[in-house]
Ligand binder design. Structure first.
Ligand code: GDP
Length: 423
């Protein structure tokens, strides 16, 4: 049995907590795209974690975590994260964590170039997390990166890397007027972060063959959401990788594998980090109140997230693109303080309304058409059965389910592992 857990909207939907919960039924959890710009929050018996590159299954005894070839493997970030979770008592050995030899390495200049470009863009910046993701993926597709598996032959590795460094320094010096990278700095980076990474790097072909032969359950954990996908997201305010479930087998390293289930994670209201159109956005006091109630500050950057009403138009689009077979609706408890709950049901574009998600360049002029649903006005964090939710909360779930056209199987009512209603 295979399953992908994916984001339906702008990211930060609560995928980490869903993977942590559902991974008890799985043997393998794979991250297949993105990189250290993720911030998947997991709260369990070990404490509270914001995971950036490590799959959210690492806390489970008996679960093997995999970082696939589609991920931007940043040795520094992974090694620091491994050290951090180990310091909290999590056992993390090469048996428990496997990194694809075919994954490309995020190199030190990728982060630097990310910062230099955001500085150059100034007030036109994209809101990058400055983890080097965009420079990494552009270099990957230019074939100007090195693969993790190359680390084992240090001499050949540096021969390859020297050529790339020479080319990259042209951009660093001549385009941005910054200091070039040196061979000495790269060697320090190699010794500090690449050498300790090597025990985790392996060829995943046999691993997947064995897992399939033994009928193991594999979960694919996505980063960000549909609206940030490089092909189907809100161009150009997307990330640089595929956040869509269809990419999971490719980025994981098992391209012929079929997905049995796709769980789309959706927040009970909307949030967005970074720039770009966000039609149902709230401002002022109301926004501050919702942001505070939901603790909407970036797990990676600490930046206040933009907040708004649940957006039926964007969510229906996201569900479709993911091919979701079931939905996990998170953070229902956050809405408990509202008397009535605004929901964006359509967009107004010039003189017409539409329930279809518009082409990216039209989104700037989209205005929300809002409907109000009754609030429930009571704490629901202790509820564990759908029938025990207040009637208005049940109606909110059923309304959203009908609007987005997908079964809501999980309703999360708090950040802890067991704060969940399974329908
Ligand atoms: P991810 O990137 O999709 O994993 O999402 P994040 O971890 O960035 O954001 C989700 C945030 O919401 C984290 O702080 C979680 O602890 C928190 N969270 C998740 N589910 C719930 C929930 O049902 N209720 C509340 N109050 N918080 C939740």
């Amino acid at each position: 049995m295979n399953c992908a857990i994916v984001g339906i909207n702008w990211g930060d939907e609560g995928k980490g907590r869903m993977v942590d919960l559902i991974s008890s039924d799985y043997d393998v959890v794979v991250r297949y795209q993105g990189g250290g710009n993720a911030g998947h929050t997991v709260i369990n018996e070990f404490g509270k974690f914001a995971l950036h590159l490590l799959p959210s299954g690492i806390f489970r005894e008996g679960v093997v975590s995999v970082i696939g070839n589609g991920v931007a493997v940043d040795p520094e970030s992974i090694i620091k994260e491994i050290e951090y979770v180990r310091s909290k008592g999590v056992k993390l050995t090469p048996d428990k964590l496997k990194i694809s030899a075919r994954a490309s390495l995020l190199l030190p200049w990728h982060k630097e170039l990310d910062c230099l470009e955001e500085q150059r863009l100034a007030d036109k910046k994209f809101g990058s997390t400055r983890q080097g993701i965009a420079p990494f993926y552009s270099d990957k597709y230019q074939k100007k990166t090195v693969l993790a598996g190359e680390l084992f032959d240090e001499k050949a590795f540096f021969e390859h890397l020297d050529g790339i460094m020479e080319w990259k320094n042209l951009t660093i010096e001549k385009v941005y007027g910054a200091e070039p990278t040196t061979r000495e700095a790269l060697k320090e980076w190699y010794d500090a972060y690449c050498v300790p990474l090597m025990p985790f790097i392996c060829d995943l072909d046999d691993f997947y063959d064995d897992a399939e032969a033994q009928g193991k359950n594999i979960m694919f954990e996505a980063q960000l959401g549909s609206l940030r996908d490089i092909d189907f997201g809100i161009h150009p305010y997307t990330t640089s990788s595929s956040t869509i479930a269809a990419y999971a087998p490719i980025g994981a390293g098992a391209p012929a594998m079929k997905l049995d289930e796709i769980i789309g994670v959706v927040k009970a209201y909307s949030t967005c980090v970074g720039e770009g159109p966000f039609t149902s956005e709230w401002f002022g006091e109301e926004a501050a109140k919702l942001r505070e109630a939901g603790g909407e500050f970036g797990a990676k950057t600490g930046r206040p997230r933009r907040v708004g009403s649940f957006d039926v138009v964007a969510t229906r689009y996201g569900v479709k693109k993911q091919g979701a077979t079931a939905i996990a609706l998170t953070k229902m408890d956050v809405l408990s303080y509202m008397d009535k709950i605004p929901v964006c049901v359509k967009y107004k574009l010039d003189d017409r309304t539409t329930d279809k998600f518009p082409f990216p360049s039209l989104l700037d002029k989209a205005q929300p058409v809002t409907e109000y649903l009754p609030g429930w006005g009571e704490d629901i964090t202790g509820v564990r059965r759908f029938e025990d939710l207040p009637k208005a909360a049940q109606d909110y779930v059923l309304y959203i389910e009908e609007q987005i056209g997908c079964y809501i199987k999980y309703i999360s009512v708090g950040p802890e592992r067991d704060s969940i209603i399974i329908r």
